[in-house]
Design a protein around this ligand. Structure first.
Ligand SMILES: Cc1cc2nc3c(=O)[nH]c(=O)nc-3n(C[C@H](O)[C@H](O)[C@H](O)COP(=O)(O)OP(=O)(O)OC[C@H]3O[C@@H](n4cnc5c(N)ncnc54)[C@H](O)[C@@H]3O)c2cc1C
Ligand code: FES
Length: 382
């Protein structure tokens, strides 16, 4: 008996579940330790992390972490949605799809292993059904865009919340369906939870009995005939989300109940395109010497690349760099994710961020270029 007590008492796992750890606070310790790696599909892995000391993770399902990584001597940030459920708060997981040629997704797949450490900040983001309570949801996901919707579904499942959810996941082939078995299990456990997989082709699974093709108005009418009554959450590639918006818009859906999140901000928004057109017209029609800028323009030097651009006082540095043809790292372009964080070697900016940078980083001369306007000439360490 005493031997058993001794063994049990000394087991840190027992104290982990019988005590209440503190909430994880990346301001105090932003290191996460990898505990397990799960292979989900041929190009998707889930990485489970906990803090170095026992900590609970508090987040709304759908929120993301920004990883701060050192890869081949360079600091690089990327956002990853927390795919786990906030009702299982001892661990957080991210589920990552390899992007061909992508530096971070491939590095995670090839090197992240139990015991390895990374730095992360968050949770951040507002894409969550928990802030938009509704009796009926329609979750529409494409590819790796399944992760925030999976976290939301897992949370409803873990909390035994009897929500009516139609969860549609679009994948290239059945072998690309992420969380397939778990989604089917949740559908068995929750009477109001319906899972619909849509594949473009059957790949190595001849005899696929599910839906085939791309999401269409007709398909949506079959899988969720009452979609007009549902609050919709969509995450996936830009063309997938554009198709969803077109289908819903054409059906007279009340778009105030439509929510989406994009992982891929590379595509130019209509506003960007208009800006570029404007800049091109200005460059072609107005000789630079004659141009009388309405607002002051500052010189921005990028020290590592050696590029020098002009940035008007009313333009964000990231936008000016993009207009000048530079490709700087960015994701949210809203001051949220931290991807565009850069060191200001000289100069001052007016920065209105939304949590993507910490005060101590600002104090150390860092800035988010997507939401920073120049107040002086700048030298940026990029
Ligand atoms: C809020 C947010 C949450 C995210 N959550 C996840 C997540 O849960 N799981 C996940 O795998 N990724 C997620 N991402 C994308 C992730 O941040 C990285 O962009 C992705 O892992 C690729 O990183 P990389 O460094 O390998 O390639 P990058 O240098 O980022 O990208 C290389 C090229 O691939 C394109 N690309 C980037 N991401 C994708 C993608 N997912 N699918 C197709 N093309 C892409 C880019 O446009 C770029 O041209 C999220 C992004 C954001 C902004
Ligand atoms: S791109 Fe997200 S904070 Fe700048």
């Amino acid at each position: 008996m005493s031997e058993l007590n001794g063994r049990v008492g000394g087991d840190p796992l027992i104290s982990l579940v019988t005590s209440v750890p503190k909430v994880w606070d990346p301001e105090e310790d932003d290191v996460l330790v990898c505990r397990q790696v799960r292979v989900e599909t041929h190009d998707v892995k889930t990485f489970l992390f906990s803090a170095r000391e026992p900590r609970l993770f508090r987040f709304k399902p759908g929120q993301f972490l920004t990883l701060d990584l050192e890869i081949n001597g360079a600091t690089i940030q990327r956002c990853y949605t927390i795919s786990s459920s906030p009702a299982r708060p001892h661990l957080v997981s991210i589920t990552v799809k390899r992007v061909p040629g992508g530096p971070v997704s491939n590095w995670l797949h090839d090197t992240m292993a139990p015991g390895k450490e990374i730095r992360a900040v968050g949770p951040l983001g507002e894409f969550t059904a928990f802030d938009h309570p509704a009796p009926k949801y329609l979750f529409l996901s494409g590819g790796s865009g399944i992760t925030p919707l999976m976290s939301m579904a897992r949370a409803f499942h873990d909390l035994s919340e009897p929500r009516d959810i139609v969860f549609v996941h679009a994948a290239r082939t059945p072998a690309d369906i992420i969380f397939r078995t778990e989604l089917d299990l949740m559908a068995r456990n929750m009477p109001g939870f319906k899972v619909v997989h849509v594949v473009e082709g059957e790949g190595g699974e001849p005899g696929w009995a599910g839906l085939r093709g791309r999401l269409s108005k007709e398909m949506l009418a079959v899988v969720a005939p009452d979609f007009a009554e549902r609050t919709v959450f969509t995450c996936g590639p830009s063309p997938f989300m554009a198709a969803v918006r077109a289908i819903l818009g054409a059906s007279g859906y009340e778009m105030a109940r439509y929510h989406e999140e994009s992982f891929n901000f590379e595509e130019l928004s209509p506003a960007d395109v208009a800006d570029i057109a404007e800049a091109q017209v200005a460059a072609g029609e107005t000789p630079a010497a004659d141009a009388a800028p309405a607002v002051p323009t500052f010189r921005v030097e990028f020290r590592k690349s050696g590029k020098v651009i002009e940035c008007a006082a009313d333009r964000f540095v990231l936008d000016a760099a993009r207009l000048a043809g530079m490709r700087l790292p960015s994701s949210c372009t809203k001051g949220l994710c931290g991807t565009c964080k850069s060191k200001l070697l000289e100069g001052k900016v007016d920065m209105q961020h939304q949590g993507g940078i910490r005060q101590r980083e600002i104090d150390a001369g860092m800035a988010l270029l997507c939401c920073a306007k120049p107040l002086t000439d700048l030298v940026v360490d990029r």
